[in-house]
Design a protein around this ligand. Structure first.
Ligand SMILES: [Zn+2]
Length: 419
């Protein structure tokens, strides 16, 4: 059944041209039409704007239950201690139910913030097998599209690394789209890196890896491998696949920047996470134009990530309105040029934007940077289907997701106290 968006002010996401029209939305495309038909579902968009929905370039559903958790056993003093005492303490305790609660609540927040496509990087070393299916099913249930992977690492020994490879093999061979994930160079040995590259090539995908997030990653690489992280990745063929994405890239030297710029790979900026972990800040324009934005699991709000990239980018690289917007939207170019599915034109957000000044094609970017917020997301269409209507999920019960997540967070936190 077609969906009709009546009386919409449609903003083209690339030209900002605003067209007052009715829009027919199906599971394959959108069309501007003169008349709406009673046989379809009609949403009155009078006074509202409609534009392409949003996508997240790097998320971690595994961190979803951390909100308000008890303090770690030791207050971390640096990046490696943040991993050891916070994130690796949590991910080891995740069981299948906790993964499901984390994925459902993350998908819920994404959808309500207008995010219909999520690239996630998952870790649950004691519940590896089937973890990607649990996440995929939770996202499918809410109606959010995805590109998943598991964080391969040698940090928990050879058995866990093997389980991670097997999980990718199992998931990708089932026909699902995904990446081959790797935690970061400093926890990945040569054999595992080699196996990950082969697996990505076998399934015609790329790697998804934290790259030089902290200086410690570079220090380790120089000491153990006699080269810098991006050089090591290139030497192992990680950049042979155009689908590979490099996350953070905070600490790169000029040669590494040249390698990445020339290869054309996408770099994922997560500026709020870098600020939170105090790992440093990067001038992304000095690396490449191919920058996309993520949340690094801190939240699920891409409009917020764009504002953060703009504000922080002012001081670091004098970022412009168009540059901040391009970074927010480049993820769509990455998804389509990589041959991944489910980010077509029939993914839309309806914005109830209560602006006190007029929004036009010429001043759209000013509204994007200073006006539009996730609270304006009224309804969301994912692959032609209405998944959020009047700020409420349509396919699942939000109260049940929240209650289940609270229950699972209590279970997780109790296990943390006992650990
Ligand atoms: Zn991350």
């Amino acid at each position: 059944m077609a969906l009709y968006l009546k009386n919409a002010a449609f903003i083209d996401w690339q030209t900002f041209k605003i067209t007052n029209t009715n829009i027919k939305v199906t599971d394959s495309k959108i069309e501007f039409v003169n008349n709406v038909h009673a046989d379809g579902r009609i949403i009155d968009c009078k006074g509202k704007f409609v534009t392409k929905s949003f996508a997240c370039g790097h998320h971690h559903i595994y961190s979803a239950l951390a909100r308000g958790m008890p303090a770690p056993k030791k207050i971390p003093n640096n990046f490696k201690e943040i991993l050891t005492y916070v994130w690796w303490a949590i991910d080891k305790l995740l069981d299948r139910d906790m993964i499901q609660a984390s994925a459902l609540s993350s998908a819920m927040y994404c959808a309500k913030n207008g995010v219909t496509f999520v690239i996630d990087h998952h870790a649950s070393p004691n519940a590896v097998e089937g973890s990607l299916d649990i996440i995929a099913e939770a996202f499918d249930k809410v109606g959010v599209s995805h590109l998943l992977c598991y964080e391969l690492s040698d940090r928990d020994g050879a058995d866990k690394a093997q389980a991670g490879l097997a999980e990718h093999e199992r998931y990708l061979s089932s026909g699902r789209q995904g990446h081959v994930g790797l935690h970061a160079s400093f926890t990945v040995g040569d054999e595992l890196l080699e196996n990950a590259v082969s697996l990505a090539k076998k399934y015609n995908t790329g790697l998804h890896i934290h790259t030089a997030e902290d200086k410690a990653d570079q220090d380790h690489c120089i000491k153990e491998h006699g080269k810098y992280v991006a050089e090591r990745l290139a030497d192992f063929g990680a950049l042979d696949m155009p689908q590979t994405i490099l996350v953070h890239c905070v600490h790169l030297n000029d040669n590494e920047k040249r390698i990445i710029r020339q290869s054309g790979h996408y770099v994922v900026e997560n500026i709020e996470s870098n600020q939170n972990n105090n790992v440093g800040l990067q001038n992304y324009a000095s690396i490449t134009e191919n920058v996309i934005l993520g949340t690094d699991g801190m939240h699920s709000d891409m409009l917020r990530s764009a504002k953060a990239a703009f504000l922080s980018g002012q001081a670091i690289e004098g970022i412009s309105f168009p540059e901040a917007y391009n970074r927010f939207r480049n993820v769509h170019k990455y998804i389509s040029s990589s041959g991944f599915n489910n980010d077509g034109d029939n993914n839309l957000v309806i914005l109830d934007y209560d602006s006190n000044t007029e929004l036009t094609q010429d001043n759209f970017l000013g509204h994007f940077i200073f006006g539009l917020e996730s609270r304006h997301v009224d309804s969301v269409i994912s692959n032609g289907e209405l998944i959020v209507h009047n700020k409420k999920l349509t396919r699942v019960n939000e109260d049940e997701i929240l209650a289940f997540s609270k229950e699972m967070s209590k279970k997780l936190w109790a296990k943390m106290e006992q650990a």
